[in-house]
Design a protein around this ligand. Structure first.
Ligand code: PLP
Ligand code: ZN
Length: 366
């Protein structure tokens, strides 16, 4: 393992690598931006190791796990070219990174892979998370495969289809009386009290290490000008940014793609914070990014700034149209949230003639 230290994104304090590490003990998690930890590696040593294995563990030298685990295989997803959409929008080359091919149909499986590896390595019997659906379903699937007990805390408006996936995987499902943010608090309260292993992405510092493998895979194939992703807590796009910086460090690419983060107009706290605007709170059908109190803003904005990127809000009507287009003109069924990437691309003038990747983060339609 080449992981060296854990550094707090908020205060910069450093801690020894520890598979049970959580938020920065100095900053805590209770006011403003939580003290989320970032894993550092010895890149000089990692570079000399060829990538073996497959999927997420292909990048084992850049992961905080001690060994490769035989669990549900995530990663190795295709870059699907979408020439019809590209010519319609005047994009040079347009690719869909099809994360719907993961075991539970979502990019979250990459994070769960690393979370489960560390849960196993730290001797946990129980894992938990709060989720609008995808993270919980992912955790439940992996827990079923590993034989761990899985406790999931979901918002009151979780869809029947998502509940069905959770129950099929045999998870202990807790439906909150409130939204995702209340489910998150309930999960943290009970999970911490019981000493369960947490798969809450913002707080657990190791999960973004799994998500970043999506960027490493892209960088092994192409050198994109823009990468567009839906943003909820900010972990996914923050991880993608870290992955591209590491890819540059390893010599896979020469320059960083500009990162574009997308939120729905109805729930757009990170667009507001990035643009210095203030919007009234509304609603959105983009359930996977309807996060009103985002927890990984520091990481997200650091990566967006490093890449000269930006944040964009799109309406639910535009997302619905984009979801139909992805199916009808590219042959990819994306969940509503993931279609926000195409809706956003339609407004990014600078992407004309360029190479663009849309992260199709999930494919469960509900
Ligand atoms: C979780 C999720 C996102 C957003 O990820 P964050 O880390 O919360 O920003 C985007 N799309 C899908 C399908 C997701 O499940
Ligand atoms: Zn701190």
């Amino acid at each position: 393992m080449f992981a060296t230290v854990l550094e707090c994104l908020r205060c910069g304090a450093q801690y020894a690598m520890d598979p049970r590490a959580y938020v920065c003990p100095r900053c805590g998690a209770d006011d403003g931006d939580p003290g989320i930890l970032d894993v550092h590696y010895d890149y000089g040593a990692a570079r000399s190791r060829t990538f073996s294995s497959r999927g997420v563990f292909r990048y084992a030298p850049l992961l905080p796990a001690r060994e490769v685990h035989e669990i549900l295989p995530a990663g190795d997803t295709p870059l699907v070219e979408a020439p019809r959409l590209a010519s319609e929008l005047g994009i040079g080359r347009l690719f869909l990174k099809d994360e719907t091919r993961n075991p539970t149909r979502c990019l979250k499986d990459r994070a769960t892979t690393v979370g489960m590896a560390l849960a196993i390595e730290s001797g946990a019997q129980d894992v938990y998370c709060a989720s609008a659906g995808n993270a919980a379903i992912s955790l439940a699937g992996f827990a079923a495969n590993c034989g761990m007990r899985c406790h999931v805390f979901v918002p009151n408006r979780v869809s029947a289809a998502r509940l069905d996936w959770l129950r099929r995987f045999g998870a202990d499902v807790r439906i909150s009386a409130g939204n995702y943010d209340s489910a998150f608090e309930e999960a943290e309260r009970e999970g911490r009290a019981k000493g369960w292993y947490s798969r809450n992405c913002a707080f657990n510092p190791f999960l973004v290490e799994g998500k970043k493998t999506c960027a490493l895979e892209i960088a092994e194939e192409i050198e994109p000008d823009f990468v567009i992703a839906p943003v909820g807590d900010g972990c996914t796009l923050g991880a993608i940014g870290k992955g591209f910086r590491e890819a540059r460090e390893l010599g896979l690419i020469e320059r960083l793609p500009r990162l574009v983060g997308v939120q729905a107009e109805g729930v757009r706290p990170l667009v507001d914070r990035f643009c210095g605007t203030r919007s009234a709170e509304g609603e959105t059908a983009a359930a996977s990014i309807a996060v009103r109190r985002p927890r990984n803003a520091i990481r997200l904005f650091r990566e967006i700034e490093a890449s000269d990127g930006r944040m964009i809000a799109v309406s639910d009507d535009r997302i619905a149209a984009a979801q139909r287009k992805l199916a009808e003109e590219a042959g990819v069924i994306a969940e509503f949230t993931s279609a926000a990437t195409l809706a956003a691309l339609e407004t990014v003038e600078e992407a004309r003639g360029k190479a663009v990747v849309l992260l199709i983060t999930g494919g469960r339609v509900d």
